[in-house]
Design a protein around this ligand. Structure first.
Ligand code: ACO
Length: 325
């Protein structure tokens, strides 16, 4: 039975020009390249320039994705921007992106699920496409975590970076079988019981300030692999696919040890894992679309490949999406 699925037509990424290496960080806080590399796999991260906003990063990534898709802004019905670091408390940074892209029609809004933001946004876009509300959507993950990191806290400041990634999604009729291109399943989870383990200690309704990121790293690490693999097993059970069918595993890029432990637990071969954390750091909601843009640009990710996305972040929030590229 033929059905409409949300197919990725194009992908793009943007990284700010300035990089910050582990060696440079070790002149700012009491840390070392060896400690950071061993615990996280991170070597460097990009940092937005003064005055360069989340909406600027998001707009740049969206332009690349539109060009890659061969789609004009006039064809887009909706922009969803996943971010935990918006330009302002309101309006949504998505409307600023809408304006910067010269789009006066359709709608734009933000989604806030921290590092799981892109998975939540893609799932939302897919639901709206399949319901017939919209046909073409730009889904963006963009962050400037450098603005909320406490640069005196070596336990967190070494982990994060800035960047943006975007995909253009389109509702396309498909035959309705396992070979269909597009999204096959998505699963979203959250549990606010864990909100104190990874949070920002400020906000408009609590302190009236922006605040800084606070994290109990060891606790996050302890829960991450179990939560990630649970939700993926759920996606496998729903679709009938298994780890052996996956061409590419594109996990949230928080920490090399979490990525490798998750792949191992799921039985996904190491060569099928896309890893960008060493050069990007943890870019929160931007990390998955950035990784997709890298794997697409270097020719690994090809039309027809079965791709598994996974994320876990503050809240906690976590989720997985299985799609055919
Ligand atoms: N350089 C040197 N030493 C450090 C640093 C640093 N940058 N940071 C902490 N240390 C020290 C600590 O002070 C501590 O010293 P002590 O034993 O003298 O007290 C020691 O290293 C061990 O600290 P832990 O926090 O226990 O180190 P751990 O092995 O747990 O590694 C890390 C810390 C890398 C943060 C790890 O817990 C981790 O990766 N957690 C997951 C974090 C994560 O991925 N978060 C993001 C996921 S969600 C999202 O993406 C928003």
């Amino acid at each position: 039975m033929s059905l409409v699925r949300s197919v990725v037509l194009g992908v793009g990424g943007y990284l700010p020009e300035k990089t910050l290496t582990n060696a440079e960080l070790s002149t700012m806080v009491d840390t070392s390249d060896e400690w950071i590399t061993q615990r996280t796999g991170i070597k460097e991260r990009h940092i937005a320039a003064k005055g360069e906003l989340t909406s600027d990063l998001a707009t740049a990534a969206a332009r690349v994705a539109l060009a890659n898709a061969g789609v004009s802004i006039a064809e887009i019905d909706l922009i969803i921007l996943a971010t935990a670091t918006p330009d302002n408390t309101f309006p949504a940074s998505a409307v600023t992106v809408q304006e910067k892209l010269g789009m006066r029609h359709g709608a734009a809004f933000d989604i806030q699920a921290v590092c799981s933001g892109f998975v939540f946004a893609l799932s939302q876009a897919d639901a709206m496409i399949r319901s017939g509300q919209v046909k073409k959507v730009i889904v963006i993950g963009a962050e400037t975590f450098s603005r909320i990191v406490d640069w005196t806290d070596r336990g967190t400041c070494v982990l994060f970076g800035d960047g943006a990634g975007a995909v253009v999604l389109s509702g396309e009729p498909q035959p309705g079988d396992t070979h269909d291109r597009g999204v096959h399943a998505s699963r979203l989870r959250s549990d606010g019981h864990y909100k104190e383990m990874l949070y920002v200690d400020g906000g408009p309704s609590s302190t009236g300030t922006v605040g800084h990121l606070r994290m109990e790293g060891r606790e996050v690490f302890k829960h991450a692999v179990g939560m990630i693999t649970d939700v993926i097993e759920d996606v496998f059970a729903t679709t009938g696919f298994s780890a052996a069918d996956i061409d590419w595993f594109v996990p949230h890029q928080a920490n090399m040890r979490i990525i490798d432990a998750s792949a191992k637990k799921l039985g996904i071969e190491s060569e099928k894992v896309i890893r960008t954390v060493s050069l990007h750091g943890n870019t929160s909601a931007a990390s998955i679309p950035l990784a997709l843009s890298v794997a697409s640009a270097d020719g690994r990710l090809k039309k027809g490949d079965l791709v598994l996305l996974e994320s876990m972040g503050g809240g906690f929030t976590w989720g997985a999406i299985l799609l055919r590229w």
